[in-house]
Design a protein around this ligand. Structure first.
Ligand code: SAM
Length: 294
């Protein structure tokens, strides 16, 4: 697909600005905690940064500007940002004006893009717009209802959990490596949204809880996928996995989309694959990202 010149210019400018504004604090190497080699991001600086932040040795100021965070989670560029802003305008534009959304957006001082280019009325981190659009989509599609619970596999710094709490009053069971769960809990606490987060060690989960995993379950190897399938997915009624397995399955020794689909269906889930839908943006299209949902 041929990309528009303005899109190419914006993405190039985003990369240049990111290169100038990104930071790189000193971090302690923890020598590789158990289970980290099971995923694409597990052995990256991201996990150490979460350790430092979750244990209070690193502040939240500039957290989203750190290159190790931008490599894994703060990843959305301006073209996709304007796609997500368009979705939010379509589904619930009032959230673009919401002061709590602005507070979450500014947390960690992410690099923002001007509102007139995003079509968002004010500057935003494009990644925040993805979380906001995703939370609205989960609500629109009935995956969450007011006060329900969701299990998120691979939570990043908790941006989606914060939006789900704010928009739908939803409790998120945060399933990630322990340092990442602690970092996401700290982020929620800093916004007084801590009541919307639970650690994965908390066994009490509603039987109606839906599963969500964006760019995460499909970055795991087969053994880790099996563990989460048995623990959470097999018994779930609904779920959505944004799958980048076309990119990562072979290098991490995970499953292809077809293998995932067959496995889920054999396990009794009415799963289907969507190559296009309302939440998949232009970057997803370029990277052959799809959605597996049931
Ligand atoms: C590309 S990030 C996506 C984060 C988030 N879903 C988002 O959309 O911004 C991949 C996530 O998978 C997490 N992860 C890595 N290893 C994991 C594991 N063994 N179990 C659960 N999550 C893991 C990372 O810590 C990170 O939060």
């Amino acid at each position: 697909m041929k990309r528009r010149l303005i899109d190419r210019i914006q993405d190039r400018a985003w990369r240049e600005v990111g290169g100038i504004l990104a930071t790189k604090p000193e971090i302690r190497e923890d020598g590789g905690a158990a289970g980290r080699e099971a995923s694409v991001s597990g052995t990256m600086d991201w996990v150490e940064l979460c350790s430092e932040f979750g244990e209070g040795r690193l502040g939240s100021r500039n957290f989203r500007r750190i290159s190790g965070v931008r490599d894994v989670v703060e990843t959305v560029g301006p073209v996709d940002g304007s796609f997500y802003a368009g979705r939010v305008r379509q589904w619930a534009p009032e959230w673009l004006q919401n002061s709590k959304v602005h507070e979450i957006d500014s947390w960690g001082q992410p690099i923002k893009w001007p509102g007139f280019l995003l079509g968002a009325g004010r500057s935003f981190s494009p990644t925040t717009l993805r979380y906001l659009a995703t939370a609205l989509w989960l609500k629109k599609e009935g995956y969450v209802t007011q006060g329900s619970e969701i299990i998120e596999i691979g939570v990043g710094f908790g941006g989606l959990a914060a939006m789900n709490g704010l928009i739908s009053d939803v409790v998120t069971h945060l399933v990630d490596l322990p340092p990442v769960e602690r970092a996401a809990m700290r982020m929620l606490d800093e916004h007084e949204l801590g009541k919307f987060g639970r650690h994965s060690s908390d066994q009490e989960i509603s039987s109606d809880a839906a599963i969500i995993s964006n760019y995460a379950f499909t970055e795991l190897n087969k053994a880790a996928q099996e563990e989460y399938f048995e623990r959470y997915i097999r018994k779930s009624k609904h779920g959505a996995i944004v799958s980048n397995s076309d990119i990562f399955a072979s290098s991490i020794q995970g499953r292809t989309n077809d293998e995932l689909l067959e496995w889920f269906q054999k396990g009794g889930l009415p799963a289907r694959i969507e190559r296009t839908n309302d939440l998949l943006g232009p970057g997803d299209d370029l990277c052959r990202v799809c959605m597996i949902r049931w």
